[in-house]
Design a protein around this ligand. Structure first.
Ligand SMILES: *[C@@H]1O[C@H](CO)[C@@H](O)[C@H](O)[C@H]1NC(C)=O
Ligand SMILES: *[C@@H]1O[C@H](CO)[C@@H](O)[C@H](O)[C@H]1NC(C)=O
Ligand SMILES: *[C@@H]1O[C@H](CO)[C@@H](O)[C@H](O)[C@H]1NC(C)=O
Length: 299
């Protein structure tokens, strides 16, 4: 990324007569990135005559570079500053967060009044990729609670997303430790999917995610009879289904019989087939079972 910072040094315009001696512009905060470079470009018009002196300082105390007939580079700035002697513009390389602060420029031209300016610099480090431990055990609807923790270095803000939408606190969702932890209590089948943690600062973001799979059901079974108005001697099918993850297993009870499987066929319906059929759905992971009764009667 290249941060080209345009900065207007205050020119003490000799001709304007508006300024009294030195003037200052506090420019906006400029951003740099750790390891990157920044250019403070002044609006000084290049002059034919070299300046008598040009100096860049930092935070009011530190010499960055002072240029007269020789250059005096401040400690810690060796090999990372470059000054344009005709405009006063400064390039600062290999930025670290410690370079954040205020920079002051002073130019003494060869004739005329001195020129001053300041600029603020904020150097930010891109966030590193966060980590998140995903739950390993089975998540069961209405029974299990989970806590997702999004760990990241430095001063960052965190946002949680599910299916591309922000997760809002409230109900089963709550946030803890400044959004580091998302607690879901208890989980619901709707939570199946990817939970993403987005860690960001002003210049960058990184994400990590966990895929959740919530086991649920079986819901109350639905029983389908075909044909609906079956008559004696008809072929009749009873079909049982219940929403469930993993898929449910089924059995039917009729009188003293146990019939396994979701579908029960009667090849030719007789009087002895009439009566109450109970379908039971079972989920091996949630350990739950549900039943529904169906009455088969000949018309
Ligand atoms: C420079 O000044 C800023 C405030 O303007 C301060 O936050 C920063 O710590 C200072 N840096 C150094 C190295 O003194
Ligand atoms: C992460 O957050 C940053 C800052 O709010 C945003 O610009 C970026 O689009 C987000 N990324 C994702 C994948 O949500
Ligand atoms: C979740 O993370 C995996 C790898 O860690 C990635 O392949 C996948 O695209 C991510 N999903 C989303 C929604 O960001």
């Amino acid at each position: 990324m290249k941060y080209s910072l345009l900065w207007s040094a205050t020119l003490v315009l000799l001709s304007s007569g508006l300024c009294h001696g030195a003037g200052f512009v506090i420019a906006d905060v400029f951003r740099g990135i750790t390891g990157g470079s920044v250019t403070f470009t002044t609006s000084v018009k290049p002059t034919a005559e070299p300046f008598l002196a040009l100096t860049w300082g930092f935070n009011g105390t530190t010499n960055v570079i002072t240029s007269t007939t020789v250059d005096v580079v401040g400690q810690g700035y060796e090999n990372r500053v470059e000054v344009d002697k005709s405009t006063g513009s400064l390039v600062l390389r290999h930025l670290t967060e410690k370079d954040s602060g205020e920079y002051e420029l002073m130019i003494i031209p060869n004739g005329g009044e001195q020129i001053q300016g300041t600029a603020k610099l904020e150097v930010l480090t891109p966030v590193s990729k966060p980590t998140m431990a995903c739950p390993t055990g089975n998540l069961i609807e209405a029974k299990t609670s989970v806590k997702l923790a999004c760990d990241a270095n430095g001063l960052v803000s965190r946002e949680w997303m599910k299916d591309g939408k922000p997760v809002a606190p409230g109900g089963r969702f709550s946030f803890h430790e400044g959004n580091r932890v998302l607690s879901i209590s208890p989980v619901d089948r709707l939570d199946t999917g990817g939970f993403l943690c987005n860690v960001s600062n002003d210049i960058s973001f990184e994400t990590t995610n966990c895929s959740l799979k919530v086991f649920y059901g079986p819901d109350r079974p639905i029983i389908d009879q075909t044909p609906i108005g079956a008559e004696l001697e008809d072929r009749v099918t009873l079909r049982c289904s219940a929403d469930s993850l993993p898929k449910a297993t089924y059995y039917w009870r009729f009188k003293h019989m146990l019939i396994s499987g979701p579908v029960h066929f009667i090849h030719e319906m007789e009087e002895r087939h009439l009566g109450k059929y109970t379908c039971t759905a079972q989920n091996s992971v949630t350990g739950l079972e549900t039943s529904e009764v169906h009455k088969l009667h000949g018309t």
